[in-house]
Design a protein around this ligand. Sequence first.
Ligand SMILES: NC(=O)c1ccc[n+]([C@@H]2O[C@H](COP(=O)([O-])OP(=O)(O)OC[C@H]3O[C@@H](n4cnc5c(N)ncnc54)[C@H](OP(=O)(O)O)[C@@H]3O)[C@@H](O)[C@H]2O)c1
Length: 248
Amino acid sequence: MVNLDGKTVILTGASSGIGAALAVALSQRAARLTLAARRLERLRAVAQKCSGEVCVLSADLTREDDRKQVVGQTLDRWGRVDILVNNAGLGIYGDFLSASEADWRRIFEVNLFAMVFMTREVLPHMQSQGSGIVVNMASIGGLIAHSDKVTPYAASKHAVVGFSRGLAKDLAGTPVRVLAVCPHLTDTEFFTASPGAQEMAPVIEPYRSFMDSPEDVARGILDQLDSERLIVFPTAKPAKAFEKQRDI
Ligand SMILES: NC(=O)c1ccc[n+]([C@@H]2O[C@H](COP(=O)([O-])OP(=O)(O)OC[C@H]3O[C@@H](n4cnc5c(N)ncnc54)[C@H](OP(=O)(O)O)[C@@H]3O)[C@@H](O)[C@H]2O)c1
């Protein structure tokens, strides 16, 4: 298990769901945290549940200035970044033809490009300090077609897995490691916040009791931070789903 005591972590999408649960779990293990998302009040509420040193920053990770501010303020305060958790993301639900070009571009901006450019911003510092872990939040939908009517989301999360694979290959033999986390359905605001949520609600509701909790997912991620494998299944459910459907 990775010792997180005093480690500096940038965690995106920390204002709700898996990110909020990760923030609390990281702080319980004495990590120093920069929490970033757009909703400052929600970030402050999460920070209140955390023990130890926490910095909250309102940031739209699709904006270059905001990304630079998150990384710059973390370095100004603590002088290093040990772990970058690229967790911010959104979904979209609906028929393929119902998603506009703007919808497609938006989901790739948030789910892929924000992650790619945050990583570009942080990686040189990890390389010069001689250690680091980049944790990219993918999804079971980044490995298999886990549902219908989620084509842009599945495409963006497959791209996250592809980005993580390529980066891991480039960084092989260096002290910076890359993980691609693939949760299954997790009980968060994701299903109400994402475009198409109204149409998705009656479809998703029967699965509510099957969903993992964000706390279980957070625990599963932290327990596997030292994984030698690229793909991390935070709980048993995505691992089982992958075994069952991997040939589809
Ligand atoms: N829930 C699931 O079933 C599930 C399954 C597999 C993977 N995932 C992935 O897990 C990650 C977290 O999702 P969640 O389930 O915890 O959903 P959530 O509760 O809706 O959290 C999404 C987070 O992303 C942030 N975010 C969205 N757009 C942003 C932007 N432009 N700039 C900065 N932050 C932004 C949101 O904060 P603000 O709105 O405050 O900006 C929020 O903190 C996502 O990448 C999601 O794809 C979720």
